[in-house]
Design a binder for this molecule. Structure first.
Ligand SMILES: Nc1ncnc2c1ncn2[C@@H]1O[C@H](COP(=O)(O)OP(=O)(O)OP(=O)(O)O)[C@@H](O)[C@H]1O
Ligand SMILES: [Mg+2]
Length: 178
């Protein structure tokens, strides 16, 4: 069992592939002897952040909570994978600063046209119609990371390729076995 915990922080538009990559990576990390916990935005908003909305203040509170729990896990030897849009650069920076274990920010990049075309949850259509307000990329900002440790482009890469690049980085850093 690898005992080096770390936070693998995914950030990107809705539909960019954060949850897909988190789920795909989990068994791969298990095979390498790494313990994994996923803090998925949708699940956290139900279990840890119920009642919070999508104003900047509420989004920041949600992200602070995710960062806090991820750090508790990471410093106990777990790979904490977070999969929330986390659109604001400053709060991502704050969470990174407060994390005691290694912090790996992964920009899950996918152009708006492509995520809108995917519309995996039907939310972009609703956002365009004005049924959903404050929707990231449509009526709310998304601030690209400037210094992400890894950037994947899910419009051009397969899931296997994106996941492979993330695993390569973790291996290079000595955070996982191999
Ligand atoms: N390289 C890739 N990596 C990840 N997902 C990909 C890739 N290529 C295509 N996809 C597809 O993109 C979609 C991503 O949806 P997913 O639910 O993972 O997004 P998300 O970032 O978790 O969105 P949300 O913030 O709404 O939860 C899936 O349908 C997935 O199959
Ligand atoms: Mg998701």
């Amino acid at each position: 069992m690898s005992d080096k915990g770390f936070t693998l922080w995914f950030t990107g538009l809705s539909g960019s592939g954060k949850s897909t990559l988190a789920e795909y990576l989990t068994p791969k990390l298990h095979e390498l002897g790494t313990k994994v916990e996923i803090l998925d935005g949708d699940v956290v908003r139900e279990g840890l952040s119920k009642g919070l909305g999508f104003s900047k203040e509420d989004r920041d509170t949600n992200i602070r909570r995710i960062g806090f729990v991820a750090d508790l896990l990471a410093r106990n030897g777990v790979c904490a994978i977070t999969a929330a849009i986390s659109p604001y650069r400053e709060i991502r920076r704050e969470v990174r600063t407060k994390t005691s274990a290694a912090f790996v920010e992964v920009f899950v990049y996918c152009p708006l046209e492509v995520v809108e075309e995917r519309d995996t949850k039907g939310l972009y259509k609703k956002a365009r119609a004005g049924i959903i307000k404050n929707f990231t990329g449509i009526s709310d900002p998304y601030e690209d990371p400037e210094n992400a440790e890894v950037t994947v482009n899910t419009a051009d890469e397969s899931i296997e390729e994106s996941a492979g690049r993330i695993l390569s980085y973790l291996r290079e850093q000595g955070l996982i076995a191999g």
